[in-house]
Design a protein around this ligand. Sequence first.
Ligand code: BGC
Length: 898
Amino acid sequence: MKKLVVLASALVAFGTVCSGQASVSQLLTENETNPLGLTTTDPRFSWQIRSPQRNTLQSAYEIKVSNGKNTVWSSGKINSDSSVHVAYKGSPLLTNEKYQWQVKVWDQNSKGSAWSAPASFQMGLISPADWKARWIESGLTESPSRPSQLFRKSFSTGKKVKSATAYITSHGMYEAYLNGKRIGDAWLTPGWTSYKKRLQYQSYDVTHLLQQGANTVGAMLGNGWYRSVLGWQNNGNIYGKTLGLLMQINIDYTDGSKETVATDGSWKSETGAVVYSEIYNGETIDARKEKLNWNTNNYDDNNWTAVQVKDYPLTNIVTTVNEPVKKQESFKALKIITTPAGEKVIDFGQNLVGWVEMKVAGKAGDSVLLSHAEVLDKKGNFYTENLRAAKAQNKYILKGESAETFHPYFTWQGFRYVKVEGYPGELKPENFTAYALYSDMKPTGIFNSSDSLINQLQHNIQWGQKGNFLDVPTDCPQRDERLGWTGDAQAFSRTASFNMNVNNFFAKWMRDVEADQIEGLVPHVIPNALGKDGNSAGWADVATIVPWDMYIAYGDKRILATQYNSMKAFVESVRRTTKDDLWNTTWHFGDWLFYRPFDDNDGSSAVTDKHLIAQCFYAHSTQLLINTAKVLGNKADADTYTNLLQRIKAAFNKEYVTATGRLVSGTQTAYVLALQFDMLPENSRQQASDRLVENIKRYGNHLTTGFLGTPYLCHVLTRFGHSDLAYTLLMQDSYPSWLYPVKMGATTIWERWDGIKTDGSFQTPTMNSFNHYAYGAIGDWMYRKMVGLDTYEDGVGYKHIQVKPHIGGKFTHASASLQTYYGTLSNAWKKDSTHVSMQVEIPANTRATIYIPGTDIGKITENNAPLSSSKGVKITGQEDGYTVVETGSGKYSFAVKQ
Ligand code: BGC
């Protein structure tokens, strides 16, 4: 019998391989695996197809969705090649209900797959009326240091629990518990949004934490973004003065009945052991004030104070669409240093964002102070001046037990070094662990090359992203800023989309962009913690650039539809301030942090006219609005803005270009922006690119660009046939360049090209972050041009792939892989004295146009056989020194004899 089963399954396996039957896996709902808390009425489904056969395409799919008892949607067989973002079309989805779905597909030969394994999703509280909870606030009079507040309630469940979901949000940050156990593994919840208009709640499955009989639910609240000081003008209480909790647990019993436990007047409150907590300054925990077992049944809350119930409207409460912040990598103390100043400092080896967990034993009242720094100074001393007013210190006061563990709750630090003061006993590395904290986005990109400095650059780009994608895209994580600077985010968004899946991350943040727009004007930071100013060119354009970048990277039309009003309102807010179609009357940051030598006798500072820059971005945003209108089928707007765009470009040429084609600012950034955004008539573009080349050479093959020119610099060079110079810039290691900080020991991207100067001294402490991702935007060129992984706009989100490596520099190999919604896309090229080779992987249900370097087809092989005989690879022509082939999914091994 056993033999028979083995034989049968072997036959099945053989059959699968022979027939090349496709299978379906990696099911996502709204870009997440088995999410909870959806409130969209038509969630979108995505799946991946696996097949041993080349050129697998989907010709049809069928989806079925059930609520455990009944089928709520059966799509029937739909003839379509869509396998990404397919919207639900069944009967209305109900609050707090859990659903399962499965999909099967047919390939291009009409061969059907088996049904996939089921995936699930659960709806959240869809409308304000679904909230039984009411806002509660502590009944205590608050002391000036504003200690954390504890809330608790005991309740009992009489019946057997089938499932239970907790929905939680707060004014301030919360950490919630059920029967003494932490609910979920998210940190810094409820995250940061434009709270007055959008306050996110989180949904947690707490079935396993509930017990039959007595239960206790608790929550601890800290200031968080709600009322910590934000910005450098000492502004606290931006959203309100009082902490509050809104929480409910929806319980489903096995007998079909339901019950809700919710915040109301029966809860009680006290203060906790977190006696001080500010985002910038850090946290103080006095463990002597801990209320032991306060969040369990085993506690007497008789002398706790009754809470106050508040009737705040619930119309601003929204579900969470992005991945929560989670504890990610951990770092052991690399070494403990005694600095020349005699201080004890731990080196964790990586500039990271999060906090240190410390194990300690001592007397009650002993106090340990942990200070954080990104760098040591020239002499090797602990350096914190660049943190400006942010104290970035955590303090722990011991309760006097044999082993105590400290970590903060409602703050984080950006650091590599930690100074320890007051530690009782010997400092041992094993008692200190640093944890990185960042939004739990799926890693999607891997880049590697034959140059170790470039690999370190990629490492630094990724850590810049990890450190600054902390629920919102921040400029920097350490000083008294940590704000969602729009310019930085737009500059880096495309690079970010290679390293990690940032679709939901940006979808959430872009809603806050819209929420905080002031008659279309986009404030400098989102959520807007700074005030009324905005519409700085290249910053405010985040409104158009990020939605478009996400659409290109993920093929997700919904972000365009959701953001369309915001995009249009922004362009209109600019148009209103223009005269003769010139955006030249308002203030701008300009090409922030461009190159400017100290003693600039011959005027080599790379100052670009701010209004010239503004005009380029005005055109770019208008172009993206046109593109979006076309995707959404809004012909009237597409026509209106096409007309406007022509006028914007004409005004640019009249105002900023001389008769001989010179730009009035002769900088790299001016030429880069004019070329990248097609501002110049076609017949003058090549000469403009030559002027750019000449400019770079004048600076001894150095870039001079700031935040706005840098992201496009190498792209423009490559587009106009100067990839060799793009490589020279990439490999440049003297200031200003990408590799200069790498050579100076950077483990993240710096804010300035010369944060640390060649003599080891620092740039001005007023603005010198060592973890600022903006200049990391070169990563986009490394993935898209160096390795050559890109998507065409006629098949966004890698439905139609381009693989076109630009082999150059002194590299002998470069490779990258990207987890697209369709599956793995990768290319690895190698070059030696006899061959150039490319190993390419294309996911199923996509098509690819691959550029193989070399035009002598006779010298090209695929899988060791002549290219012309390669199965499923169609040679379509020759272009720019490449042989171009069209193909579909599969693994390909190309070699070109040199
Ligand atoms: C931030 C930047 C930001 C800039 C605006 C700085 O303080 O750190 O990254 O874009 O201000 O000019």
